[in-house]
Write a protein that binds this ligand. Structure first.
Ligand SMILES: Nc1ncnc2c1ncn2[C@@H]1O[C@H](COP(=O)(O)OP(=O)(O)OP(=O)(O)O)[C@@H](O)[C@H]1O
Length: 618
């Protein structure tokens, strides 16, 4: 596999837009600062204070350095002339400098301690924001690969970036304060020296900003490949796929694919890193050159007697530290630019429009009318042909309806519309005489108990796997037991080492794996947890169960369902035949409807399939 080279495709903004584009990306700085402030005011204030202290004190230290050297020179002259030594006159400055250096160390420790605490809090806050947002999105958004890329990008990088941005903002402030105070000292020597130092550092800054932009664009383009890598890691290292991977001998093939993706990504990274560092080095030389020119200038002025030895020491220190502070500021600015770019991902994701949930009804217009589909059609987002066409049906309370049809004929899709995971493209669905869209979504979902073909196997306790069916009773043991009894899971749960408190799945210590049929009984019991539900939807609920269990499930079901609306999907005609209404679906359309007897009398598709299956049992 050789994915196309993407490096060359990086678009470059037109020259006149470049500056605007560069400053435009700083728009997230304020939001990141607000986010950090909201995370912890005290830590943010502490950071600001330590930043200020760490910013001002280096200049104070340089100034004290000058006082020390000049005091030493004066003391030496006095000693030569009078033979006396004024120890305190010199040592007090040494003591003061020691104090300043200790204060700088304290401020820096304070900075790093507060940064690491804020990092943890902020990482958690951003992750929670990402997950909370995920909870408000529609199923269609999750099935959209572009959206998934956004989510992956946001999760991978964005939780560390806001703090990075704030740290850099503070580092920039700190260095700017140092620079300002150095500047004050330096202007005493020559304003030109200041200009030389600033000009020397600019080219590195520009190149850093350019390469940060390139790195970000690369990161964005790669998200599909990165996602594929993550997926391959999952397939190769997860217990639910490893069985098949081993049996089919897929490891070398999948690992080869994994390596190929890495090789492509690495080649792109290497090219960018080499270019970035080479340019950084060459342009950095300009800064060094400017620094040494200023150095030579100060030395010359001292030799000719325009500066004292103490002043020379101070200026050299100011130059050295000033240059370090300047390049640190410029690095911070280009880093901020980069963090802003990554944060744009986070906010792009967080600003993803959420589907409107405007419905407020908790009672329908005609209570007791049941479910009606009126000429409902539906096409999946991005699909060319509709998955459902012109579906009309009515299911009254106390009635049961079964859907039969070939794979892919649209049965599950119909249930997804009924549960409002999707909305019809045409037509409408009514519950108790009111459009589903007008119903309060929580009320609607409380009325529906559902078991999907691809139900979730939660790696939680047995009881919690049941409790998931009704969050209000998530920990209610009496309700777990009742649901397990109805879902026929009671017996095997009783045999488990910790009963309802046994951990399920293999991910966590002491976890017990269940058989396919046992998991299905858990899922069925979960649907029964919704005791307030009057609509029961069962999509292939017994496909993995043995024949005796299946017969018992339906006996239970009929007993439980006498006043409810039940919707059943099954490929087994022996279970379908008892339904009040049977719909035969083909290519998204209803082609036959009636009860078992009338459909057999019609002698159409249903009758043919029924006889085919019955013959198989003979
Ligand atoms: N999330 C989706 N996005 C796009 N198309 C989908 C999606 N889910 C299903 N489809 C398509 O919609 C059609 C109907 O699928 P559906 O799952 O409703 O079939 P089904 O009758 O339940 O099949 P089965 O008996 O195999 O469970 C199929 O052609 C399928 O490819």
């Amino acid at each position: 596999m050789s994915p196309p080279r993407r490096q060359r495709a990086l678009p470059t903004p037109p020259p006149d837009n470049r500056l605007a584009a560069f400053f435009g990306v700083f728009r997230y700085s304020r939001r990141a600062l607000t986010l950090v402030w909201q995370t912890s005011r005290w830590l943010t204030l502490g950071l600001a204070l330590c930043t200020l202290v760490a910013g001002v004190l280096p200049a104070v230290a340089a100034w004290l350095g000058q006082l020390i050297v000049d005091a030493v020179v004066a003391a030496m002259e006095r000693h030569e002339a009078t033979g006396e030594v004024d120890w305190w006159g010199v040592l007090r400055y040494v003591l003061a400098e020691a104090g300043v250096i200790a204060a700088i160390a304290l401020a820096q420790r304070g900075l790093s301690a507060q940064q690491s605490l804020l990092r943890a809090l902020l990482g958690q806050k951003v992750n929670v924001m990402i997950l909370e947002k995920a909870g408000t999105l529609s199923l269609a958004q999750f099935e959209d690969s572009e959206f998934y890329d956004k989510l992956t990008r946001a999760r991978r990088e964005a939780s560390t970036r806001p703090l990075g941005l704030v740290n850099k903002t503070f580092a920039l402030l700190q260095n700017a304060i140092s620079l300002g105070s150095f500047g004050v000292l330096l202007v005493g020597f020559s304003p030109w020296a200041l200009l030389v130092l600033v000009t020397g550092a600019l080219p590195v800054f520009i190149s850093e900003a350019k390469f940060s932009g390139d790195a970000f664009r690369l990161f964005r383009w790669r998200s599909p490949q990165t996602r594929m890598q993550m997926y391959l890691e999952t397939v190769l290292a997860r217990e639910d796929s490893i069985k098949e991977v081993k049996l089919f001998g897929l490891e070398p093939l999948l690992l080869g694919r994994y390596r190929d993706i890495f090789d492509t990504l690495y080649a792109e990274d290497r090219r960018l890193t080499i270019r970035r560092e080479t340019w950084g080095f060459l342009l950095g030389l300009l800064g060094t050159l400017a620094f040494y020119a200023a150095y030579a200038w100060v030395v010359a002025e001292t030799v000719t007697g325009a500066l004292t030895l103490g002043e020379m020491t101070m200026y050299l220190m100011v130059f050295k530290q000033g240059q370090a502070a300047l390049s640190a500021s410029l690095t911070a600015i280009s880093g901020m630019y980069e963090d802003n770019l990554y944060l744009s991902n986070l906010y792009e994701y967080l600003e993803q429009p959420t589907p409107r949930d405007a419905g407020t009804l908790t009672r329908g217009e005609r209570p007791g009318d049941g479910i009606r589909f009126e000429r409902v059609s539906f096409t999946y987002p991005g699909a060319k042909t509709p998955a459902l066409r012109d579906i009309t049906l009515h299911l009254a309370p106390g009635q049961s309806l079964a859907l039969v049809g070939a794979n892919g004929s649209g049965k599950t899709t119909l249930i997804k519309l009924l549960t409002r995971l999707y909305e019809p493209s045409h037509g409408r669905i009514l519950l108790d005489g009111s459009d589903l869209r007008d119903w309060d979504i929580a009320t609607l979902r409380r009325r529906i108990g559902v078991i999907f073909q691809d139900f979730v196997r939660y790696q939680l306790k047995v009881g919690e796997n049941l409790g998931a069916g009704d969050v209000a009773a998530f920990e209610d043991e009496a309700r777990w037991r009742e649901a397990a009894r109805r879902g026929l899971a009671e017996d095997f749960i009783a045999d488990m080492p910790g009963g309802y408190h046994t951990q399920l799945g293999r991910w966590f210590k002491g976890g017990q794996e269940l058989s396919g049929g046992q998991w299905q009984k858990i899922a069925l019991s979960r649907a029964y947890m919704r005791s307030g539900a009057d609509i029961l939807v069962l999509d292939e609920p017994t496909a993995a169960m043995d024949a005796a269990a299946e017969a018992e499930v339906y006996a239970q079901f009929r007993e439980h369902a006498h006043d409810k609306m039940t919707l059943l999907i099954s490929h087994r005609f022996s279970t379908v035949r008892a339904a009040d209404q049977i719909l035969v679906v083909d290519g998204g359309e209803i082609i036959e409807r009636g009860d078992h007897a009338s459909l057999m009398a019609q002698n159409g598709r249903y009758a043919r399939l029924f006889r085919l299956q019955a013959r198989g049992y003979r």
